[in-house]
Design a protein around this ligand. Structure first.
Ligand code: DGJ
Length: 714
């Protein structure tokens, strides 16, 4: 970043133009002392000398953090009731400073001891800028924050479009793209617990009309918050679109005592001239460069027991599955739900959550014996837990009825199994309990490698026995601050444990979680056709190395659809490959194919998990076809995938075009797992330019045709 400034007392600089730079982008603000910070430009990188172009063009000039005060006719980011009851706030800049990659603009209310610091973090490894605020009450009595957004971004462009994601169980991350028309568009989550359920907290704004994958100016915004949020897009005269994102302002008024501060979650922004794909690749790189836990390490190929045996786990059946996955070349076995419960055995979903004691009827020698069985076979071992939950039929609930989210005057509304309840994570004792679950598992099983952390309920009740009466409105926030404290303790103690984020499938997919998790389960829907859509949407903001994608049985358990094994593998291979079945259900031919597919995935894994992703032909627009590809950093290797999921006479296979290759390089093509007839490209050479510009024909036969073409620079 660069500040154009004059030095003034108290270590502050009196800033004029502020340039927050990433390798390819600049966010330009002005911050004149006594005034308000203004957003002027967010786009391709410019030099400070070019700042005058931005100001002379008068394109944008918008308050970077509008507070409700006088003349507040637009949407606001901040609304405060001060100690004397005054609901208006008037912030003025007191200084600006830089600390490493941070730029901090300090503001103070003109009449009150009320302070706000705006933070902007410029990443030098990816084109992502993070912004958040720290709010401090310097008044003599408590104040109430009614609205406290993380950040603001504004654009002026006619014909802009929005891309956003929504859905439900089994159909996560459904993509909608629409013109941004006049008025207020709001994207919210009110689940209380699962920030990725229904609407997702990530949007893209395409400034050059209908969103394109690999061309056009696009801004991406992701709110990194694990709880209820609100993203507003206010479109007004002169094609001005203002995005304000933050913690939801419904039922979340937050009291700050004198001297207390509140830090909002980060809003992450990326800008690209290479279309939505450019924004996605910026977010993926940001994740791999550190936002995602262990963003640099390759992920293992695993077998998860859920769709294989559901809750009917026991030593024998698990060992059979271990033998199966080992034979296929897998690296990790994960035992899912059903392994625990003493008084209330987890034989179905009506009981046992919270009682993290092995069910010795199913596993007579406990988890250590399961782990040993895995290790004996050269496999790593993982286990499922749902730490923030209990059932009313559990020893935990009998011992601690006051630990659940509820109000004593109200009848309990129960979730899954008619008995599930949410633990009150705002309560430090509950945080200790949750941390203890992981600690105890690791203590008992020092070689435990992986945990699947599930969460299958929304906050059906409201109320906390821990929070005082005047702080009940903190619950939606303090639940998540408590959860974050617990996750921080777990990560401090177990930095190398691989932890999967799961929530009724992809119900918690949000960047607020990912500093603590290595990967997430995209969806409980493992139908490969629907997965094309789920994974397409999810990949807009999340890197493939974090996307758990499993091959499951056919007919599929969720849709009943019959899909060939090759297609199922080809769809699952575009992320972290895994399996979700009993390998013994495969016939000999399928088993042989699965072995080859796993071996092939191991070869392409670094390109898939660490490379750049290029979405090519969208399943939403491809008329029953879809394609994408992955290219490694130095563009010496790539893998291209194409799929067909429609079948009718006269259906024309599109001409395929690649992207992301070195145009001047020659690539040799090889194909994986196709029939002889389809092996047409085997060993043939093409220039990158030809494959991208002119493209090529590759037939896909049948209802579920798919091809995987590997490219290596010669
Ligand atoms: C929901 C998850 O999404 C599934 O994968 C599985 O772990 C079940 N919970 C277990 O109850």
């Amino acid at each position: 970043m660069a500040l154009c400034f004059a030095v003034c007392p108290q270590g502050f600089v009196k800033a004029e133009n502020i340039f927050i730079n990433t390798p390819k982008t600049t966010l330009m603000l002005t911050a004149n002392e006594g005034g308000t910070p203004r957003i002027h430009y967010y786009g391709s990188r410019i030099t400070p000398a070019q700042g005058h172009e931005v100001l002379d063009a008068m394109s944008i000039n918008y308050d970077a953090y509008p507070a409700f005060g006088r003349n507040s006719f637009d949407e606001t980011a901040l609304s405060v009731t001060h100690a004397d009851g005054n609901m208006t706030t008037e912030l003025a800049i007191t200084g600006t400073r830089t600390e490493g990659d941070l730029t901090i603009i300090s503001l103070k209310d003109k009449a009150y001891e009320f302070y706000v610091d705006l933070y902007y973090k410029a990443n030098d490894k990816s084109d992502v800028i993070e912004t958040w605020t720290v709010i401090r009450n310097g008044e003599k009595k408590p104040i109430r924050l009614e609205q406290y957004a993380s950040g603001v971004m504004t654009f002026r462009q006619e014909g802009a479009w929005i891309t956003h994601f929504h859905g439900a169980w089994g159909q996560e991350a459904r993509m909608t793209e629409e013109p941004l028309s006049a008025g207020l568009k709001t994207i919210v989550n009110h689940d209380g617990v699962r920030a990725g359920m229904d609407d997702r907290a990530e949007v893209m704004i395409s400034l050059d009309g209908k969103p394109q994958e690999n061309s056009g100016r696009v801004v991406g915004a992701a709110l990194c918050w694990t709880g209820n949020y609100k993203i507003r897009l206010d479109t007004r005269g002169l094609y001005r679109h203002t995005l304000i994102a933050g913690i939801d302002d419904l039922h979340t008024a937050y009291t700050l005592k004198p001297g207390e501060t509140f830090q909002t979650p980060e809003l992450a922004l990326a800008y690209s001239t290479e279309g939505k794909g450019g924004v996605s690749r910026a977010f993926h790189r940001w994740g791999r460069a550190g936002k995602l836990h262990n963003g640099r390490g390759l992920r293992d190929i695993l077998l998860n027991s859920w769709e294989g045996v559901y809750m009917n786990v026991n030593q024998e059946v698990c060992e059979q599955m271990m033998d199966g996955v080992k034979e296929l070349g897998g690296e990790l076995f994960v035992v899912d739900d059903g392994w625990f419960g003493r008084k209330y055995r987890r034989t179905d979903d009506t009981q046992g959550l919270g009682d993290w004691i092995t069910d010795t009827e199913k596993l007579p020698n406990g988890v250590p014996a399961l782990l040993k069985a895995a290790e004996d076979r050269g496999l790593k071992f993982g286990i499922w837990i749902e730490p923030e939950m209990t059932n009313s039929k559990s020893e935990l609930f009998e011992d601690h009825p006051d630990w659940v989210v509820a109000h004593p005057t109200r009848e309990l509304s129960k979730g899954r199994g008619g008995t599930q309840l949410v633990l009150d994570m705002s309560n430090p004792k509950v945080q200790d309990f949750v941390v203890g679950i992981v600690d105890n598992l690791v203590k008992e099983n020092p070689h435990l490698y992986y945990i699947k952390w599930d969460c299958n309920m929304s906050m059906n009740n409201f109320g906390s026995s821990y929070l005082t009466a005047d702080k009940q409105s903190h619950l939606f926030v303090d639940f998540h601050l408590g959860l974050r404290k617990a996750l921080e303790r777990i990560r401090a103690a177990h930095p190398n444990l691989v932890i999967q984020l799961c929530s009724s499938g992809g119900g918690r997919v949000n960047w607020g979680f990912l500093p603590y998790f290595d990967e997430f389960w995209c969806s409980d829907n493992t139908d490969a056709q629907q997965r094309l859509f789920i994974q397409w949407g999810t990949s807009h903001f999340f890197p493939t190395m974090a996307m758990a994608q499993h091959v499951s049985a056919s007919p599929n358990h969720q849709t009943g659809r019959i899909i060939p094994l090759k297609f199922r593998f080809d769809v699952a291979m575009t992320g972290r490959l895994g399996m979700e079945m009993k390998p013994s259900d495969l016939n000999d031919r399928e088993r042989e194919y699965a072995k080859q597919a796993v071996a092939f995935y191991k070869e392409i894994r670094p390109v898939i998990q660490l490379g750049d992703q290029y979405r090519l032909l969208s399943p939403y627009e491809g008329n029953g076809f879809c394609s994408e590809m992955f290219v490694n950093e130095d563009k010496s290797e790539a893998v291209f995938f194409c799929y067909k999921f429609e079948n009718y006479v006269g259906l024309q296979t599109p001409r395929w075009h690649m992207a992301g290759l070195d145009p001047d390089a020659t690539y040799q093509l090889t194909e994986f797992g196709s029939t002889e007839r389809q092996h047409y490209f085997e060993g043939k050479n093409f220039s990158g330019r030809f494959l991208m510009e002119t493209g090529f024909d590759a037939n896909l036969s049948g209802q579920f045709g798919s091809r995987v073409i590997r490219l290596r620079k010669v």
